[in-house]
Design a protein around this ligand. Sequence first.
Ligand code: FRU
Length: 498
Amino acid sequence: MEWTRESRYRPYAQWDAKTLLELQAKAAKSPYQLKYHIRPSSGLLNDPNGFSYFNGKWHVFYQSFPFGAAHGLKSWMHLISEDLVHWQELGLALTPDTPLDSHGAYSGSALPIGDKLFLMYTGNVRDKDWIRHPYQLGAWMDKNDQIEKLPEPLITQPEHTTDHFRDPQVFQHNDHYYVILGAQDKATKTGKISLFRSKDLKEFTDLGYLDFTQAEMGYMIECPNLIFVDEKPVLIFCPQGLAKETVAYDNIYPNMYLVGSDVVLDEARFVAGENTIQNLDDGFDVYATQAFNAPDGKAYAISWVGLPDISYPTDQEEWANCLSQVKELSLKDGKLIQRPVKAMADLREAGQLISPDPKNNLAKQQLVAESGEQYELKLTLDPDQKGTLHLAGNADLSQSLDLEFSTGADAHLTVSRANAGAQFATEFKTTRTLELLADQKLELDIFVDHSLCEIFVNGGEHVMTLRFFADVGPKQIALTAAQAKLNYRGTFWKLKNI
Ligand code: FRU
């Protein structure tokens, strides 16, 4: 389908139910469809929104365009969970149905206040000359999941930004509410994080831009989040057009984080100390990660697995993208650690132990003959090993998702999707490499869900997340090595649907 401005922004009421049902059926029967991650029931999914704990349940919303694989008129789709793993879709929650959000209920966040959940989001409006007017809007959701939008904007575009001013994250700190937003400075056309303060969520004071770096942050920052991890402030954000000399990255747009030693919000100061800006994920496809501080004392994050301005093979099937699994955050030596949540283990079927076959000294070892397409593999490789782990391998391993590793002097992990089926986004390279500490063991916890792979490296010191679209057919997991023998051990579990 050829997407025009007219079809992208066509009011939902003008799409018929039959089209939607056909799109849902198409997405459901795709061989690439995910089975234990949040994925769109039809059309396109992007940013996670409103990730929160309210009324005894976890809530997450996502940006949805239900009518195809296009960035069209966006709504918030609502899901709830009891354990951060099993999610139930409740349907569209915030839809673009007022003059203040006529061209999209864009990204935002949620904060429980009293017996309601306060939602804050960007109303995207285009006038007849297609000029954008962003409004920062509020809505209250009650315990029956009923949402009432506030009639007036809470924050309008300040003089000092362009119309790129969106994605409010609202949070409470000391005795105030604060909101941070992604912004583009009008004078310099550079990416900024705008900060506002409010006593009552009615009047908001502009505190200017958050001072967190001397470096220029590209031309726009999207989806900023400020959370506290092990008592330290952590900023998570997406700087578009960031110079690669500032922080190296390969994706079209990066998702970065910065750990602070202190934050003084009333002075708009985020003190980074010795810490530097880092990639949040070392894979190919993570963007717009949203994190929050939960009442259980932990900080959780969930990411869009997909990137703006990139086409994916499922676009042909008229659906696109998914969310990552939820990641629990902690800090170690000034670096963010991301781990699967405990309930992920509830998805496991019986485990199968993996170890070298003493009778097989060949340079190829098959670990799992028929892995299927939805599993977890934990594998520890001893120091001083060199080889390649093949996931989703066909019979002769001419096709596979390759994890080439060395745990010796030149320790690294390189993920290549060059031989893993349908190719896409190849102008942004087909490999991602992580440098590792020399002569250490390498611990991998790998989750595969059909067309998604999440690799947790060394207890979550790094995560490499990626989509891949392997050919249909039986899949094996194997290790190949230059020298004959590899030392490794691990466990393989098939995982259940959610
Ligand atoms: C990021 C983003 C946000 C915006 C939303 C619209 O992916 O562009 O800045 O609010 O997506 O869907």
